[in-house]
Design a protein around this ligand. Sequence first.
Ligand SMILES: NC(=O)c1ccc[n+]([C@@H]2O[C@H](COP(=O)([O-])OP(=O)(O)OC[C@H]3O[C@@H](n4cnc5c(N)ncnc54)[C@H](O)[C@@H]3O)[C@@H](O)[C@H]2O)c1
Length: 338
Amino acid sequence: MNYDFILVFLLSIKAESMSPNISLPRKVVIVGAGAVGATFAYALAQDGAAETICLIDNNEKLADGHVADLAHGLPYYPSVSIYRGDSQDYVDAQVIVITAGSAQRPGESRLELLKRNASIIESIMDDIIEVQSRAVVIIVSNPVDVLTQVALDHSRWPRSHIFGSGTVLDSARFRYFISKEMGVDVKSVHAYILGEHGDSELPAWSLTNVAGVSIQKYVESKGRGDEWPEKSQRIFESVKNSAYHIINYKGATNFAIGQAMVHIVRAILRDSHSVLTVSYQLKGEYGLKDVCISVPCIVSKHGVESVLTADLTEEELQALHQSAQVLKESLKSLKGEG
Ligand SMILES: NC(=O)c1ccc[n+]([C@@H]2O[C@H](COP(=O)([O-])OP(=O)(O)OC[C@H]3O[C@@H](n4cnc5c(N)ncnc54)[C@H](O)[C@@H]3O)[C@@H](O)[C@H]2O)c1
């Protein structure tokens, strides 16, 4: 008997039965009302894409405070219902965004912190599964790629329904730094950071363009080809160091990630088929298997619809594989196999 075929068949039935119901309200549940969750809620309220925003946090007073503060702004932004909820709110949510996390304790190793955050994600997933939610779940908590894999392994949901915010924020930073260097509107710069949301990420220069003109051609047309190798390296370093830099100044990053989350969630609520570098479990794409990592994906009301297979250079592909290896090692150490 072909068990692989039966497994694929059963999973496809499960994926079908989990397709977000058209009748679900445009309801977004945000789990974790800290700096990121609260800022995302504020940006989402202003955007108008959601009908309902529900905040959940272990710290109920914090969530109540944010809800009241946000609700008082209602006269000035689109109609939206905002309240503090609980796990019953997962039932009819269209999107659940998990920003819950724990900060590193004094003397705590990265692995210990990872284990604590993994168990937070697992317990939230248990609550989501228990009420048979059909929401698309987006992980934002760090380390986002590993925690996305944890959520998938724990829930056994189809991969389309659980993904991480990945390098959507890093790609926005990349576009920003290129636009500053080039003196051109950031909206005309198309560029992606791929790989881990972290130190092993890579810039996909081969996909980078200004209004369709490859970045290499663009800099040459400006007579800046000679300085580009050094400048491009500096741009990437700025992207990679952004989080460290901001956290050094203010303790957390929250505005740009809040805005990036609105962009991702809007793609689901509006079924816009946007190309976003979310952290998605690959199953052979780019020669990678069973690792959640950022590559360009098409996002719609079904979650991740498909992976865009871009023509990366050999060097970029190799860097993507190296980044995947870093993530696999991290997952192994979490499982005690490292
Ligand atoms: N993926 C990205 O691009 C990106 C960017 C910025 C921050 N982050 C990550 O987002 C996470 C949140 O960052 P932050 O600055 O908002 O942290 P924070 O400490 O301000 O907020 C975290 C919140 O989670 C809550 N929480 C903890 N366990 C919970 C649980 N089981 N259920 C409900 N709520 C729970 C806490 O009470 C707290 O309010 C961190 O892991 C951070 O590293 C990711």
